[in-house]
Each structure stands twice: as structure tokens, then as C-alpha cells.
Design a protein around this ligand. Sequence first.
Ligand code: 13P
Ligand code: SF4
Length: 312
Amino acid sequence: MVENFAALAARIAQLKKEKGAVILAHYYTTPEVQAVADFLGDSLALSVKAKDIEAKVILFAGVHFMAETAKVLSPDKKVLIPNPEAGCSLAESCDAEAFAAFKSQYPDHLVVSYVNTTVGVKALTDICCTSSNALQVVESIPREQPIIFAPDRNLGGYIKRLTGRDNMVLWDGACHVHEQFSLEGILALKEKYPEAKVVVHPECKATVADTADYVGSTAGILAYCEKSEATQFIVVTEAGILAEMRSKLPNKEFIPAPTIDSTCSCNECKYMKMVTLESIIACLENESPEITMDEQTRKAAERSIINMINIR
Ligand code: 13P
Ligand code: SF4
């Protein structure tokens, strides 16, 4: 925890009260940001929370597409993002204009997009999904209906393998963090800790997902570790989740999986770490930066997210 945590957290609590704000934070933010959040969750839980929450102001401690999703679902609320530069390599790998051109090549396909997309791509989407419900969403579509799945080739490939649906066309995008995990490193850890269960996020490559005892979203991984009788877990997702795992399950051991380049902190999402306590304070004080968007795009994007929520 940062040195002056108590003073910064007290200022945030005061500002939240003054502004009628709530803080939603993703599991990949830093432990100190997670500690000042009113709600902590995976991208699905946070989208639903943003929609149902009673507050004038939502401060989204996460990346840009998550705050955008909150605004799409809560157009009458002020949605703030402490650092608008906090992007997502996966969302950025799918530009709305290029995606529209891709989509036009498959006029009879239904579009399923992962929530890690810009509002422009969501507006071109029939049903949104997250890593928690991607399988459910795809299975809700008649088998003979061809699908475009965007933007994550790894999540799309995983769902394609699970469902055996050959009529799924994948957009070629990926997350720079989840593609960095080392298969050799994970196999070596499995040998060192033979009792450990391997938990993997589906944004990882297929060869890495094949080593898993459990594949799922951040919330799914947490729930699996909680229920499992095992006491050791090799964690193959962004390192921010370790804070919540260790605080919720102090008697279990969580071993972060190694990345291909052992000299960098490649298992950390640099965008999620751009949210700091200082940036939260400045954002609440100024009520800015605020997420805004054109109403026509918002409405089109909202339809794809509501279609997802209705499937749950
Ligand atoms: P979750 O849907 O598991 O929260 O994942 C979001 C994300 O950005 C993973 O990299
Ligand atoms: Fe995007 Fe990857 Fe960061 Fe998740 S971990 S927000 S997919 S860059």
C-alpha cells in the first residue's frame, strides 16, 4: 500500500460524499485503488452494477472501454474516468471503421463482440459478451446461424473449440498482457507444485489454456479458487487479481505465472495501473475527465449490451 494511503483515502471518502459519487473498480487496478472502491468486480459485474446503481456520479477506476460501457448503460449519470489515456490493447486492436468493412464481407453473420471494444464497435454488434458469459451468449444463437466474433482471437478460438462451431469467423485481435504468459514457465511451475491447480483467463493463447484446470473470467477464477479444495493455485492472468485473492483467501497460496520475458512486468496491464489515488482525487474535485458520446452511437451500443444482459 502507498505510504500516505490513509490521508488519500480519507480525502476520497470526503469527495465521494460531497459529490454523491461511487467508485467502481476492476480487479486489475492497484491494491490501493481496489481498497477505496465501493464495488470491485469483473467487467460483467461492473457493467450491470453501473446500470443499477443509484448515484449521480460514477467514477470508473478501470480502462476507457469499461467507463464507456457504464455511460452507455447510464446516460443520465455523470461517468468520470481518472485517466482517459487508460486504454486497452484489445479494444485498440479493433477500429470501428475497419470492423465495419470486415462485417460487410459477411452480411448474413450475427456479430458477437467482447465487452473489450469501443462504443463504435459495440454499435456494430448484435450481442455483446464478456469472458464470464461468452459461451452462454454463443450457445443462445441457433447453431446454423454464422457468427462474427470480435475482437479477441483467443477467447473466440476457445469458444469455437468448446462449441465445435465452425461457422464462427474471428477478428484477429489480442491482449498484450494475456499473450505474454510462458507455456514452458507454466509447465515448470506445474512440476514444482504438483498439487497446484492452474487457473487461466481465456484471453491467453490456446496452448496456455490447455494447461488449465479452470478457464474463466476474473470473477470466475476467484469463485473457482474459493470453492476448490486445493490450497495452491498457479494464476495465469493479470497480476492485479492477486490482491483480492490473497485478501479473500489468506490460507491459500497464489503463484503468479511467468511471462516470456522475465525481465519485464509483462503480467501487469499498464493501462489499469494508470489509475492512481491522486488521479481519483483530481477527477472527483474537477468532475472531469467525463465520458461523453454521441446519442445515436450510444443507443446502438446499448442494444448490444442489453441483449447480453437479457441472456444471463
Ligand atoms: P474480465 O471480464 O474477466 O473482467 O476481464 C476483463 C479484461 O480486461 C481481461 O483482460
Ligand atoms: Fe485490455 Fe488486456 Fe488490459 Fe484487459 S489486461 S484491459 S484486455 S490490455
